[in-house]
Design a protein around this ligand. Sequence first.
Ligand SMILES: [Fe+2]
Length: 343
Amino acid sequence: MNQLTSADLVQAFTEELRLCNLRTDEHVVVLAEPSSRDDYVAAAFAAAKACGAHVLVATVPGGNPDPVPSTHTGGGPGLTSVLRDTVAQDLLKQADLVLDLTREGFIHAPIQDEILATGTRILFVCDAPDVLVRNMPVADDKDRVLSGQRLVQESTSMHVTSAAGTDLRVDLTNVRCDFQVGFSDDPGRWDHWPSTMVLCWPEISDGQIVLAPGDIILPFKEYIRDTVTLEITGGHIEKVSGGADAHMIETYFGDSDDKWARYLSHMGWGLMRSADWFAQAMYAKHEVMGMEARAFAGNFLWSTGPHPVLHRDSYAHLDIAMRDCTVTLDETTVVAAGTLIEP
Ligand SMILES: [Fe+2]
């Protein structure tokens, strides 16, 4: 990293802040920890200044309560230093926009909901510079994800199938649905740059999920090599069968010693047409969180562990991105054999 990398990023960060609807009278807090990327902190600071907003950088001690290695996992446990410091929390609550440049973010830390409830909007950023630039969102993406979210809200069930053998029925009654669009423009909104996806938090799913070679398992950031079959009843993974990958998943569930590890969490589909499925093979693991896998247009993304709607606090969070699935909500197919269908 040299002094020019931050200058190179100012334009992209400025574009992002404009998508976040940053106004000149607003206050931006750039939240960092000692291992945050210096070039991102500098670029965020410069971009906020370029937009004419108030800006300050808050660097807090690193370290989080999640027992797994902090390698941009997507676990989002929050920083212990912030979780224990009401002054830091108050600063974030008073900000109009927080640019969260910490390693893991706060997505699964209850304090984040408290901060958002004050109207603060938060944008989390951690992937490699060219991943950010290549997947820069545009304003119209919001209509796309909102349309998907509306469809989930209006549907009673989701059916996911694949030629590999996936056949999962998901009850969408009273389900909470959400989206990620890569910028945070509404008060109280959290988002992640880059991302474009529709997701929901169901309680009941039944059937089986069959992972095929080439699917991606996160946070391990690995491609599945052997077919894995997961049998699911009432949202609980009853059985995992297959070869080495099945053994790894089963061992992860066991080692986590977490009662929610074998339960399904959020699920949905990706709409990020710029995402590259092979990005995960091209970067070192510490350079990316894996958003190109998670938001890949036409994927089926599902996960395990934490479930805020059902008040399941858990650090045992797998995100699994699958290709070649068909995802149908009631009578409407949104992904056909891995191809995103949009009106
Ligand atoms: Fe997740």
